[in-house]
Design a binder for this molecule. Structure first.
Ligand SMILES: [Zn+2]
Length: 275
């Protein structure tokens, strides 16, 4: 088949068979990530662009811009792009292990519930997902830079040493300076594994200036991650929350690193997933 112009169609092009007297044609969306949607490619492109640019998207904005006709379509589109990010992050993990820190670096660790804010928490939640699990976050910070580094965010059953120490050992390089809240179940295990461990006591005024600044990093980061998840209602189910955490990781680990920016990276990852 050959790509032919067809002005009357929504995508302006279609595939047409070149044999004589054969009338067969196919949509150019056939057998691609776009197949099942009835959204024009031009609108898909707008959606892909916005998804790559930031997580602060509201469905209403897309409806108003006529990118998709219904919120169901939008949800499905967003899900497809999230899956692209999940696959890309899994690939990165297998390849490089997603490691952070090092002799001159600090990693701030913390745990947090990603519950809904009260005002969104009305009514019963679908699926009986109780959100008792913790999101365990590790965030690499550099003292020379004010910007927060790359996060690793994992959903854990409990915040005990058995759950968290293996995650730290896997993602944080030996010799790193690990900063956490004052009391933690894993505190004794860290020096044995070759980390320098510092704790921050929030109730004490004379916090060490540098570690204090680092914990501010993670507190700011937590706030923005939670805002993203809440805005997108990404904690309705456990799987949804896991996917959203992946997307947050994708933005800093991959999206921000591509020579053509997050859009370039997203297109690259879409191509890889949908060969
Ligand atoms: Zn034919």
């Amino acid at each position: 088949m050959k790509l032919k112009k067809k002005i009357a169609s929504v995508d302006r092009f279609e595939w047409r068979c070149q044999r004589r007297n054969c009338k067969r044609k196919k949509s150019i969306q056939h057998k691609s990530i776009f197949t099942r949607s009835r959204v024009a490619l031009f609108n898909w492109m707008k959606f892909v662009y916005r998804f790559s640019q930031g997580l602060r998207l509201r469905q209403l904005d897309f409806m108003m811009d006529n990118i998709a006709g219904s919120s169901r379509t939008l949800s499905r589109m967003a899900k497809q792009l999230r899956e692209v990010c999940v696959t890309a992050m899994e690939r990165l993990r297998q390849r490089e292990g997603q490691r952070m820190g090092g002799r001159r670096h600090s990693v701030v660790i913390d745990e947090s519930h990603f519950r809904h804010k009260r005002k969104y928490g009305r009514g019963r939640m679908a699926g009986g997902w109780k959100r008792r699990k913790w999101v365990f976050g590790m965030l690499g910070v550099q003292s020379t830079r004010r910007r927060s580094g790359k996060p690793v965010l994992r959903l854990v059953e409990k915040r005990g040493r058995r759950e968290l120490v293996p995650l730290i050992a896997h993602h944080v390089k030996r010799g790193s300076c690990v900063i956490s809240d004052e009391w933690r179940a894993y505190r004794n295990a860290l020096p044995q594994l070759g980390y320098r461990h510092f704790t921050v006591n929030h109730s004490v005024a004379y916090v060490n200036a540098e570690t204090g600044a680092h914990t501010q990093h993670i507190e700011r980061a937590w706030r923005s991650y939670k805002e993203i998840v809440w805005r997108l209602r990404g904690n309705r189910t456990e799987q949804l929350l896991i996917d959203h955490l992946y997307v947050i990781e994708w933005h800093t680990w991959l999206g921000g690193k591509h020579q053509h920016g997050p859009l370039g990276r997203l297109l690259h990852d879409m191509r890889l997933k949908y060969r």
